[in-house]
Design a binder for this molecule. Structure first.
Ligand code: GLN
Length: 404
């Protein structure tokens, strides 16, 4: 029998050529390998709230162990609608406007798969959370990046240029149409919390160009220094053109549960439900029941959460600054982007490799948040969603780091 030579690469989809494995998760593997303090991947190293763990245990004991309704257990959808009304003042119909997914990660890609045709343009602010690039590629869309520029003053804000954003909304000449803009506020990795004026500009452009907004609001409760989280869907004219993505992971410290959701007008919800059904069938049923309990926690829970993370930020930032990093003070989320030129490394990847191996701290190389590696080559990101002892240990280790 004649045999063709076997090259496994020959069988691969062209799509996977266009992105790499997650750098964030690779850094977690390296942290484990070197026994380093993991300030790379954003997950808490302290326990989740006792009452929601108990609710999950009870749901399993009560045999909520088979598929939930594919687009989400009723108890959780009702809790999501109630929380949207109480916190954001918008009424959503839990029967027709919510899809529960396996994490906000699935909610995001199911949304893009549901709305994008091949060649559609999706606007993404850069630096961006690394999933958005591959999500766009997998859904056949073309990401179009708009820069978020670091603050010039120590306490300033990341900002974007209005003209650059306006230009991104125009079709790009080769016939591709702008379908959507992804807004992540509070923002990973910069910690930026988009203000009302910025969101109104985004709203005006979405309405003018008939574009959808997909807002990733997973860090909605983690805001500092008086910053206020505003949901784009609450702005006049945006209720029917916004898909709001959120989940349990960050508000309730359960990143491993993989429960998230998308809220969208009924026709878009229908399309997301179809995609979701064939991607994963449904999110874990007992954890959805526990999610309903989580969403009913009192307002004091969220205040304490934000206070705790502000303390962690204020613990880590001085230790980084003392070691020679320039820190961009985050106003939300639980990451601090830093500038590393004081250390004299050729790029962020070499610096991160040195830090994890020689100093014993894992961070995320800045380039993984940019399309062009050079743009992030003097930045790295640290996560501070860790116990005070963990951050103390990191502080001690940072004393070993030498300036270049
Ligand atoms: N959102 C978290 C982070 O940015 C974890 C996501 C991931 O594992 N890629 O670190």
């Amino acid at each position: 029998m004649a045999q063709a030579s076997f090259h496994s690469k020959h069988f691969l989809s062209d799509k996977v050529e266009h992105f790499t494995e997650s750098v964030i998760r690779e850094m977690t593997r390296q942290a484990m390998h070197y026994g380093a303090v993991n300030l790379a991947q954003g997950f808490p190293d302290f326990p989740a709230p006792a009452e929601i763990k108990r609710a999950a245990q009870e749901a399993i004991a009560e045999d909520v162990n088979q598929y939930a309704i594919t687009w989400g257990a009723k108890s959780l959808r009702v809790a999501i609608a109630r929380k949207m009304r109480e916190w954001r003042g918008i009424d959503i119909d839990s029967e027709t406007e919510v899809v529960v997914c396996c994490g906000s990660t699935e909610a995001m890609i199911a949304t893009l798969l549901a709305i994008c045709n091949s060649g559609d343009q999706v606007i993404v602010f850069e630096p961006f959370y690394e999933n958005y690039g591959p999500d766009a590629v997998l859904s056949g869309a073309k990401p179009r990046f708009v820069s978020l520029r670091p603050p010039q003053m120590p306490d300033g804000e990341w900002s974007f240029d209005e003209q650059e954003l306006r230009a991104a909304f125009q079709s790009n000449g080769s016939g591709s149409k702008t379908k959507a803009i992804i807004v992540n506020t509070p923002n990973n990795p910069t910690g930026k919390v988009f203000n009302r004026k910025e969101l109104e500009l985004i709203r005006d452009l979405c309405v003018e160009h008939n574009v959808l907004a997909i807002t990733d609001e997973i860090y909605e409760h983690i805001v500092y220094d008086g910053s206020v989280h505003i949901s784009l869907a609450t702005l006049d004219g945006m209720r029917d053109r916004t898909i709001t993505i959120n989940g349990l992971s960050k508000s309730y410290s359960v990143t491993g549960w993989r429960v998230g959701w998308a809220i969208a007008p009924p026709a878009i919800t229908d399309a997301i439900r179809k995609v979701h059904d064939f991607l994963t069938v449904g999110a874990p049923a007992p954890l959805q029941e526990a999610g309903a309990v989580a969403l009913n926690l009192p307002a004091s829970y969220y205040r304490e959460l934000a206070d705790r993370y502000r303390n962690r930020r204020d613990q880590l930032m001085p230790a980084l600054e003392k070691a020679g990093f320039r820190c961009y003070r985050p106003r939300g989320a639980y990451y601090v982007m830093t500038e590393i030129s004081a250390f004299g490394f050729a790029n962020d990847v070499e610096f991160a490799a040195h830090l994890v191996k020689e100093v014993g701290i894992a961070c995320v190389p800045g380039s993984s948040f940019y399309k062009h590696a050079k743009d992030g080559s003097q930045q790295v990101r640290f996560a501070f969603c860790k116990k005070p002892e963990t951050l103390d240990e990191a502080g001690r280790k940072l004393e070993k780091l030498k300036r270049g």
